[in-house]
Structures are given as C-alpha cells and as structure tokens.
Design a protein around this ligand. Structure first.
Ligand code: UT7
Length: 334
C-alpha cells in the first residue's frame, strides 16, 4: 500500500515591521475601531526594504527543513504558492530553489490566491504518492504591501492584507494511521472580477499604462466587492469542510482543530458557529498578521503545531476560500 503523505516539519516568517490600524489611519481615512470591528485585524506586517516573497519563503523553508531533520539535498520537489511572485516570470519557485541551493529538482508556482497553499499541498501529495518525489517543500509566500493602494481610495482592500510566508516539508508518513487523509479543490471563474488585480494584463498593450495608476478605479491595484466575497465565503467554507469530513466518514463532532484561511475573523466566527465548533477548536491569528493569502494557513498551522494545539492523533482540517473564486480543504490525522 502507498504510504500516506504527512507534514514532517513547518516554518514561517513575517517581516519585523509591524503596521497597526492607527498607522494606516495616518495615511487614509480609516480607524482602529472600523478595522477591528469589521475584520478582527489589529496589525499586520509590511516589508520595509527590498524583499520578495521568496526571501520570506526561504526563511520559512529553512525552518521547515530543520524541523523535519532534513536538508535541501533531501528535497526533490518544490511548489511555491503565491499571488505576488518576486517577478512576473520565471516562476518564483525556481528563484526560491536557487536561493535554497536545491539541485535540478522540479519547481513550479501555484497562483491560486487564498487557496494556493492547499492547491500546492494537494499537488505535492499526488506527486509523492505517485512515486515522483519523496520529500517536497510546499511554501506559501506573499508580499502584498508593495502592491496596495495605501490611500483612502484603496482602504477596503489595503487594511486587510499583510506580508508573510509559511512552509511545510512533506514526505511519507512514519505511521500508516497518520497523515493526509484527503484534499478537495474547487474553482469558479464566473466570480473572478469580485476580487481581482487586472493590471498588468497580457490582453492589453502595453500591459500597464500610466493612467492605470490613477482614476477612481485603478486596475493596477487589487479590487474587491467585499460583501459579495464575504457572502460566498460563509457558504463555501462549511461546504468544503463537510466534504473533507464526509470523505473519510467523519462528522463535525469528530473534528479537533480547524485551521481556516485568515481573511476576516467574522467569517471564521460564522463558520465556527455554523459547524458548532467548541471554544478553542478554531485557530485564528488574523489579529496579528491580517490576510497573507497563500501564506495564511501555513503560518497558522505552523504556530498551532509549535504551541501544541495541533498534536499527534488530532483530526485537523485546513480550509480556504478566496479570489477566483477558489476554495479547498485538506484533512489530516496528525
Ligand atoms: O482573502 C480573500 C477573501 N476576502 C474576503 O473574504 C473578504 C470578505 N469581505 C470582507 O471581509 C468585508 O466585506 C470587508 C472587511 C472587506 C469590508 O467590510 P463590510 O462590512 O463589507 O464593509 P463595506 O465594504 O460594505 O463598506 C461599508 C462602509 C462603506 O462606506 P459607506 O458606503 O457605507 O459610506 C465603505 O466605504 O465602510 C467603508 N469602508 C471603510 N471605512 C473605514 C470600507 N473600507 C473602510 C476602511 N475604513 N478601511
């Protein structure tokens, strides 16, 4: 029988620079009260100097390798999830592989926004179980701060995003009873324009124009119909969590820990109530980091592994919803 895949080690990295809601209120018309009430975010991290998503990813990946007791020489697959690649192309995964000193291993990006880490995890799992790799590095990393409209015009989006990275080393589970039980991936491009970044687009020549930076609705910054996204999120999250539980014959009562994507604390509270998950079963850290899209689940899982909330034998569900729309889940017997 093919061994289950498991996470053998994790790491995460955020910039040192803390940006509070009051800091943002100095450059745009917003307030600590508004941001905390609507999103649960108190602060996020923004880079201050030249730093790409792969620079944070490298720190997270090295921690994950240490935690797994492995070196980069043991890794034969690298998947990098990001919507903010260091450069447009080549793939940031290849840049990260070079920074880590990897050999000529397969390396590719997954560009699937908030669900990116789970899409990357699912891809690596399939390749490992097919015998195409033994140990994979799966990294989610984002630098949002350099691409946000940090004025009142962009305040709905700008207050929610933060920079960060998280990494996991995947390999065969040492125990046949433990590891990744299933993954579930979904997408529906009908809703793409509800949360998107249109510029720089290959369909326009040149790809980015000066006027794209100005105007009331600039395509050079991410744009979101927040309420619309919120309504879909609170439907899709419970659906995809139930899907994961049912695939292995579990119910919501069997679930020990839920690690949801960190987009809005109110969404996660709604999901916890819908699933009647007791106090302490849902891991949230959005108050400290904001929404780090492809990095958010990896950072939250890493913190929960380190502080013991995710421990051997627990039934752990990871779940995501975001731009695309895309949504996904993964279920582990830890
Ligand atoms: O990770 C990807 C998935 N993303 C999500 O899941 C995000 C889902 N959506 C949300 O989390 C919420 O919709 C937001 C937190 C983004 C916005 O909260 P909301 O309660 O839906 O606010 P709204 O967009 O309906 O705006 C309400 C008011 C508006 O003013 P008026 O028109 O009522 O005068 C906005 O202009 O709040 C205003 N507003 C702000 N005020 C202060 C919007 N952003 C801000 C802000 N500070 N940062």
């Amino acid at each position: 029988m093919v061994a289950r895949t498991h996470i053998l080690g994790m790491g995460h990295a955020v910039p040192d620079n803390v940006v509070t809601n009051d800091d943002l209120a100095k450059v745009m018309d917003t307030s600590d009260e508004w941001v905390q009430q609507r999103t649960g975010i108190r602060e996020r991290r923004h880079i201050v100097s030249d730093c790409g998503a792969t620079d944070l990813g490298k720190i997270a990946a090295e921690q994950a390798l240490d935690a797994a007791g492995l070196t980069i020489a043991d890794i034969d697959l690298l998947v990098f999830a990001t919507l903010s690649p260091d450069i447009d192309w080549p793939a940031s995964a290849t840049l990260l592989a070079a920074k880590l000193g990897a050999g000529a291993i397969p390396a590719f990006d997954v560009k699937n926004q908030c669900s990116g880490f789970l899409y990357a995890l699912a891809s690596a799992d399939v390749l490992i179980r097919a015998g195409r790799a033994r140990h994979a590095l799966v990294v989610g990393g984002e630098i949002h701060s350099t691409g946000l409209d940090l004025t009142t015009r962009g305040r709905d989006v700008a207050v929610i995003f933060g920079d960060g990275a998280g990494a996991a080393v995947l390999g065969p589970s040492p125990d046949p009873e433990r590891g990744l039980l299933s993954t579930h991936l979904h997408a529906d491009g009908k809703f793409a324009e509800k949360l998107w970044l249109e510029g720089a687009a290959s369909r326009s020549r040149p790809r980015i124009k000066l006027e794209d930076l100005g105007g009331d609705d600039p395509v050079a910054f991410p744009r979101m119909q927040g309420r619309y996204v919120f309504k879909h999120a609170v439907t899709r999250f419970p659906e995809v969590i139930h899907e994961a539980l049912e695939a292995s014959g579990f119910t919501k009562d069997d679930l020990d820990v839920l690690i949801p994507h960190q987009a809005n604390l109110r969404i996660n509270e709604f999901v916890a109530a819908a699933l009647e998950l007791g106090e302490g079963k849902v891991v949230n850290n959005i108050d400290r980091y904001g929404n780090t899209t492809a990095a958010s689940i990896a950072i939250a899982l890493c913190e929960a592994v380190r502080d013991g909330r995710v421990a051997e034998g627990k039934l752990v569900c990871l779940a995501a919803f975001g731009a695309g729309f895309t949504w996904a889940s993964a279920l582990f017997r830890w």
